[in-house]
Design a binder for this molecule. Sequence first.
Ligand SMILES: CCCCC/C=C\C/C=C\C=C\[C@@H](C/C=C\CCCC(=O)O)OO
Ligand SMILES: [Fe+2]
Length: 711
Amino acid sequence: MAVYRLCVTTGSYLKAGTLDNIYATLVGTCGESPKQKLDRVGRDFASGSVQKYKVRCEAELGEILLLRLHKERFAFFCKDPWYCSRICVTAPDGSAVHFPCYQWIDGYCTVELRPGTARTICQDSLPLLLDHRKRELRARQECYRWKIFAPGFPRMVDVSSFQEMESDKKFALTKTVPCAEQDDNSGNRYLPGFPMKIDIPSLLHMEPNIRYSATKTASLIFNALPASFGMKIRGLLDRKGSWKRLDDIRNIFWCHKTFTSEYVTEHWCEDSFFGYQYLNGVNPVMLHCLSSLPSKLPVTNDMVAPLLGPGTCLQTELERGHIFLADYWILAEAPVHCINSLQQYVTAPLCLLWLNPQGVLLPLAIQLSQTPGPESPIFLPTDCELDWLLAKTWVRNSEFLVHENNTHFLCTHLLCEAFSMATLRQLPLCHPVYKLLLPHTRYTLQVNTIARATLLNPDGLVDKVTSIGRQGLIYLMSTGLAHFTYTDFCLPDSIRARGVLTIPNYHYRDDGLKIWAAIERFVSEIVSYYYPSDASVQQDCELQAWVGEIFAQAFLGRESSGFPSRLCTPGELVKYLTAIIFNCSAQHAAVNSGQHDFGAWMPNAPSSMRQPPPQTKGDTTMKSYLDTLPEVNTTCRNLLLFWLVSQEPKDQRPLGTYPDEHFTEEAPRQSIAAFQNCLAQISKDIRERNQSLALPYAYLDPPLIENSVSI
Ligand SMILES: CCCCC/C=C\C/C=C\C=C\[C@@H](C/C=C\CCCC(=O)O)OO
Ligand SMILES: [Fe+2]
């Protein structure tokens, strides 16, 4: 008789425990144990419990290859989901094998787990294990299916398949009809008290392993309700018409003021703060260094000489690499729509900036369209104050649109969703890249599903608050994806290509590069441990299918994007994984967490403009300025969203924390510890630097960065 001891850990999430019966079977190289019920005196599998059981076999099983967990009905009780964290099996000779699980097991089924030692497909030779990999992936591909949101968009998760799974329907693996056109919109409706439509059905059937935890859901609701209730009872969410005075905007939030939101309210008019936001605001990716002016922006030396001062000229400053451009060309053909039944406007400005000898970035000239001419005057800091303020506000509106739709939603949320999907569909649980990436995909499918149901749906929040609405968003994101490159995706390359390596006080760049380097060091240790040669990368067909699927589904197979469609060396793999982890964590934090800070003072980030851009100078009054900014209800609806998404709902996991121990070998665990030490040092340096700054930059302080896109 051989006795194997099992130590079973149930997760400590709310309702993680189960009343269902759990049985176990051990499969080894020398045979299989009988299926045995895991049953002790008292309550089994309570939330947070660690319980020990014995599995008896007639003879020893040899090397343990698989652990089968069977979940079956208990008496007359109905199905009770179980979150199993891990199981440790101790063999009769005292050796221990760890089986990471970290998943919800729903319904009555059998789950087969492999020991925690990570293995690529090339490292497996036993037919049993090769077959297990295949079956695991087939099941995942059946569960997580791609769907097309709109032509030109990265593909996304098909949530209706979870409902279909529940009702055991049969269907094709990928739906090819764009869902923006095919959906039955009957579930998309107004709920009492809500200012926009909500697509309820898509929220109901989330697969438990990608669903927000109860804590996170409760925290999101808890953040939303008091803020929306406060605005509702003051009538702000329903009040149409212009703001009567700029100062009234200060009173939208009385208890959600932050140090930065107050700073913005004080300094928003200053040119130096306008320039600062290109470096350390929520959209720090726009600037390109110019060596000559583009013909579409005919700024002359005479125009800017008063600002440049004596001893220099535009040509000299161009030669010195001190002239930068923010070009909003992408907005030129964006459709516009109506809000509160009134036509809204959009434009595609060009904003020229100068890095002065004191190291301060200042706006030099603004042209509010891509076509120069008498109807598109070039606005200058020397113009009258309100003309210049209005021109800058138009640029801030363009910033809002490009930032929210492309820098934020497309390049972090949607791309990270595609990475999550490919990881779930193409890599088995035992694959080292799965173990590495899974923590960086946590809650991404869920938050994007919520965003699609509340923001991107017809008459959802995007239609209610932005000048371009949902159709404009679809245009902007598909055009953005068609131009997005691997260079843009990799921070060091993007900094180099944009020529912004030496601008002083560019904290996003400095902190971002340190975090990039820390991730790169960590990833290269993991990769070199599992991929000793070029051949080991090239022959890993699961890895190649994963990268191929991302290329096809996220980047729509566009070769000119520069994204790889296959990986040939460990170095290429390191860069690719580093970029994915950086964008899922740090990049999202940099472009997400400051939305309330920089947007609460609405004129700094207006979501829509109600008058056409000025074609002449000297006509702007405070009244025409206020009549151009969004109406009261539009402002408040947008600020509600900014408030909500700037705070990560509870149940956070900061960058580099891996409480789910997917890696069980010593080497990767040491690499994780070294990564954590490195991030702690970066945090210390950032906090020290911030002490001497008038406006601290903390968005890339590692403890404040989430591992994944989860809000
Ligand atoms: C006012 C109530 C809205 C409720 C929505 C609840 C949560 C939001 C869920 C996800 C948000 C994700 C992203 C959205 C970002 C950009 C979308 C485009 C917005 C725009 O163009 O206005 O934020 O992290
Ligand atoms: Fe976000």
